[in-house]
Design a binder for this molecule. Structure first.
Ligand code: NDP
Length: 281
């Protein structure tokens, strides 16, 4: 069997077109331009690339974009002051502080300082808590993007066994909750899971967010499973996922490639959340 490829790039393009139309309609009806502020501290090259891409995409869908590039030596207090200003700025509906932050800054303190109503990354404890109890919230962009991929691909989740490998606050835990909300039976695996292969081979839907190149191989996948590879790893200058694509695609029913799978969806869902924040204000 050769798996069908889930084309995140194409799905993302389609969704961005819809977002652009929605933004235009919202602006015409309310006179409000949805605004996103991105804060970058320091000069991490990967973060700089992500921020440039967020800025470009925001403008392209017709929203207002503001990027604050701060020196690596910026103090926590200075950053908190900026977050406070953005919380009170009516032009800004969404605030995203690019992670990771330099070591001298407590990430949790900064995330908690963002007004939950502007927390378009969905990392604030209030929004994470709302997701846990099934209330309306801002869903973290990567898990939100994965759910949209599954929806667009008509993947049935009710009664299926979904296995999530990874339990981070930004991917593993929220995607497990979202799959549970859709009535999948969910297992969460992590670094202390005994016999990982025995777990992953049971998965009708397998989501892998570990951060290790080619970690899940074809022999760990149930024939016909839907495989979502969240990993982004750089190997010899190439981007590769957490799933060994060549062996996995011979077993899986559907699979996301890296690049071009989950990655493009993350910024798309950030734009969707920013529009939602503007609509809610
Ligand atoms: P974290 O490092 O925060 O979490 C990794 C998880 O993998 C942990 O829960 C860890 O378990 C688990 N893990 C590590 N080793 C093993 C193992 N041997 N067996 C089973 N589980 C293991 O990573 P993130 O969730 O932030 O990111 C995961 C990957 O996704 C990365 O490659 C990242 O770059 C990528 N990513 C991609 C995004 C996109 O837009 N496409 C967005 C966000 C992330 P434990 O908790 O026990 O330590």
């Amino acid at each position: 069997m050769t798996a069908a490829i889930i084309d995140g790039k194409a799905i993302s393009k389609l969704l961005r077109k819809e977002i652009t139309q929605d933004v235009e309609k919202f602006k015409a009806e309310t006179g409000i331009t949805p605004g996103l502020a991105v804060v970058l501290v320091g000069e991490d090259p990967a973060s700089q690339t992500y921020v440039r891409s967020k800025e470009k995409s925001t403008i392209k869908v017709g929203m207002y974009s503001e990027v604050h590039r701060l020196a690596a030596e910026t103090s926590q207090d200075e950053l908190l002051t900026l977050v406070d200003q953005l919380n009170n700025d009516p032009k800004i509906h969404g605030i995203l502080v690019q992670l990771p932050l330099p070591k001298n800054i407590d990430e949790n303190k900064v995330i908690e300082a963002i007004n939950p109503a502007k927390d378009v990354d969905g990392f604030h404890p209030v929004n994470a808590g709302r997701l846990l109890i099934g209330q309306d919230t801002f869903v973290a962009c990567t898990p939100y993007g994965i759910m949209e991929l599954l929806r667009q691909e008509d993947v049935q989740l009710k009664g299926k066994h979904a296995v999530v490998v990874g339990r981070s606050n930004i991917v593993g835990k929220p995607i497990a909750l979202l799959l549970l909300q859709e009535h999948a039976t969910v297992s969460i695996c992590h670094s202390r899971t005994a016999d990982l292969g025995a777990m992953t081979r049971q998965a009708d839907v397998l989501v892998v967010a570990v951060g290790r190149a080619n970690f899940i191989t074809g022999d760990m996948i149930k024939p016909g499973a839907v495989v979502i590879d969240v990993g982004i790893n750089r190997v010899d200058g190439q981007l590769v996922g957490d799933v060994e694509f060549e062996s996995a695609k011979e077993v899986a029913g559907k699979i996301t490639p890296v690049p071009g799978g989950v990655g493009p969806m993350t910024i798309t869902m950030l734009l969707k959340n920013t529009l939602l924040a503007a609509k809610r204000c």
